[in-house]
Design a binder for this molecule. Structure first.
Ligand SMILES: CC(C)(COP(=O)(O)OP(=O)(O)OC[C@H]1O[C@@H](n2cnc3c(N)ncnc32)[C@H](O)[C@@H]1OP(=O)(O)O)[C@@H](O)C(=O)NCCC(=O)NCCS
Length: 167
């Protein structure tokens, strides 16, 4: 399906992901990351851990995007562990919305993530969202490609609970 045949005005909603989303997210993860995809058991685990932020983007009753954030509150640090949008739904702002919502939910002073050196699309997204490269993890990926660690400092963090998804 292309953007053209999405019903006019179709809404994309961000919501907390739940245990029942495990297979939908697993399929999406495989289509987004192929060789780097998490096994289903890891997805199952992040859907259970209390300190993990997990949000899904829903359109036409389907999970079309997801993000996972790992909060290490004592270090004031959050990690964006994975972010993916179904290829038929890309380039319409869903990735950016998921990223921003996850940052807000993490509510940590620093947010970090890792990506393949060759992933220029994600690099563009992260740079435009305020991330800068801070480290290179040599041969981090299984096929030997380097991982680039990027970091963003969040200006305002609070201790309040501020849901950033649609309620
Ligand atoms: C990276 C990804 C999540 C972006 O999702 P998306 O919903 O298409 O992104 P958005 O529409 O919000 O675009 C945000 C920005 O990303 C960049 N971007 C997205 N698609 C791009 C493309 N095809 N070419 C160049 N830049 C692109 C742009 O900077 C864009 O901002 P702009 O629209 O103002 O120019 C998506 O491409 C994806 O799932 N890729 C495979 C998985 C992956 O690589 N995840 C990140 C791993 S760390």
């Amino acid at each position: 399906m292309t953007e053209r045949n999405l019903p006019a005005g179709e809404d994309v909603q961000l919501r907390p992901a739940q245990l029942r989303d495990v297979w939908a997210i697993h399929r999406l993860e495989r289509s987004c990351f192929q060789r780097d995809a998490w096994p289903w058991i890891d997805i199952f685990a992040v859907l259970l851990f209390p300190e993990t932020v997990r949000l899904k983007a829903v359109a036409e009753n389907k999970v079309v995007g997801f993000v996972v954030g790992d909060r290490r509150r004592r270090q004031g640090l959050g990690w964006i562990a994975t972010l993916g949008v179904h290829q038929d739904y890309r380039r319409r702002g869903i990735g950016r919305r998921l990223l921003e919502a996850c940052e807000r939910e993490l509510d940590t002073r620093r947010v970090r993530l890792t990506l393949r050196r060759s992933n220029h699309i994600a690099m563009d997204l992260y740079k435009s969202a305020g991330y800068t490269p801070v480290e290179t993890w040599k041969r981090y990926y299984r096929d030997g490609e380097d991982g680039i660690v990027m970091e963003k400092l969040q200006r305002s963090v609070s201790t309040e609970i501020r849901p950033s998804f649609d309620q």
